[in-house]
Unconditional design. Structure first.
Length: 354
């Protein structure tokens, strides 16, 4: 069975997340009883990954919406609309770089404006929104399977040989999404079709999403894989016959520039030097057509403790100055293709699909 980062019971109106800070050692699900809980688990990175952040945010609104409706807190459809819109606005502030939660906020704001024209009673209005918010989890898995399909097909069509070897970065699998994964979904699809020779994943310092989460998922899925330190990527590309690099994204902008986990940019530079195709796998909800260039993306900077400590162990003097950007921007001209649920686009083709 696939790993589950988000457990949502639509009938009960309950939500739990797998606390990813404790993996791979311990599997603990924590309740998320509403928007405030969701903000905290996202901020603390107990749940993380651009799609998962949006889904947990939306489902936390659904859970609180249901509770407030049951306790008679909404007097009108306007109360409901204000609650949902304000909740999304608040959740957007938990982490700035991943765009999916902002995309969901904009989408729901428009949906609510349309729904409000129908003069529904408060219960009906609430039920429709509850269903719509709940749907995000299922939709994401469907989207990811399509990304996997298109990515696997495209990579194989553009590679020599019957099988491919893929390098990935950070965690983009079931733990970062509603299920199946984006970049890791492509690796899964290749593996399911017997077309994956081997996968390599980086540790992804300083937060180690690669070693703690991706390595864990690869082992769980029994996918042939090897963990490497981030400093080994150049050597790996030179020595190990990498067919393609496939990474996820936190925000792709209109010109194709892509923000993803810190270290992605250096992988793209190295891939170009070694003549290895470099793919970004992401759903359309990760594409921000409102920004024209990657320089406009706000990059989250995290606290230096993440670099100075490894768990409880101090690995650098605490008085050293640290710079800890959580993401970097890979320029579009280093990206071979953007793998989406609708197919694979060259970065400069994105403009045509708006
Ligand atoms: O800081 P994180 O762990 O939330 O960063 C995650 C990433 O950068 C992923 O590559 C990205 O969100 C894509 S997840 C499908």
């Amino acid at each position: 069975m696939s790993l589950e980062s988000i457990r949502f019971d639509k009938v009960q109106g309950s939500l739990q997340i797998l606390n990813q800070l404790l993996l791979p050692e311990t599997t603990v699900y924590e309740p998320v009883n509403g928007v405030e809980d969701a903000w905290k688990v996202i901020r603390e990175m107990k749940t993380r990954g651009a799609p998962a952040i949006a889904i947990v945010g939306a489902l936390s609104i659904a859970v609180e919406l249901r509770h407030k409706a049951n306790t008679g807190e909404f007097k009108s459809t306007q109360d409901v609309a204000t609650f949902v819109n304000d909740s999304f606005s608040y959740l957007k502030t938990a982490r700035p770089t991943a765009v999916n939660i902002s995309e969901a906020a904009t989408r729901f704001m428009k949906y609510i404006a349309e729904l409000s024209k129908n003069e529904l009673d408060t219960k009906k209005f609430t039920d429709i929104l509850y269903n719509q918010l709940s749907q995000m989890l299922k939709d994401d898995v469907t989207t990811n399977r399509k990304i996997g399909f298109h990515g696997a097909e495209y990579i194989l069509a553009n590679s020599t040989g019957d099988q491919v070897t893929i390098l990935t970065h950070c965690n983009t699998g079931s733990l970062a999404t509603g299920g199946y994964g984006t970049a890791l979904g492509v690796i899964r699809a290749l593996s399911e079709n017997g077309k994956l020779s081997h996968a390599y994943c980086t540790e992804t310092r300083p937060y180690n999403q690669g070693s703690r989460l991706t390595a864990y998922e690869l082992v769980h899925e029994k996918i042939p894989a090897t963990l490497i330190c981030d400093s080994m990527c150049g050597c790996l590309m030179k020595e190990k016959g990498i067919s393609a690099v496939v990474v996820g994204a936190d925000r792709v902008v209109a010109n194709g520039d892509t923000a993803n986990k810190i270290g992605t940019y250096q992988l793209a530079v190295l891939a170009q030097y070694h003549n290895i195709p470099f793919y970004v796998a992401a759903p359309f909800t990760t594409i921000d057509f409102g920004l024209s260039s990657g320089s406009q993306i706000v990059i989250e900077e995290r606290k230096k403790q993440e670099m100075i400590y490894f768990g409880n162990k101090m690995i650098a003097p605490d008085s050293i100055d640290c710079w800890n950007p959580s993401f970097d921007v890979t320029p579009a001209d280093l990206i071979t293709g953007i793998i989406t649920e609708n197919g694979v686009y060259k970065p400069d083709e994105l403009k045509k699909v708006t």
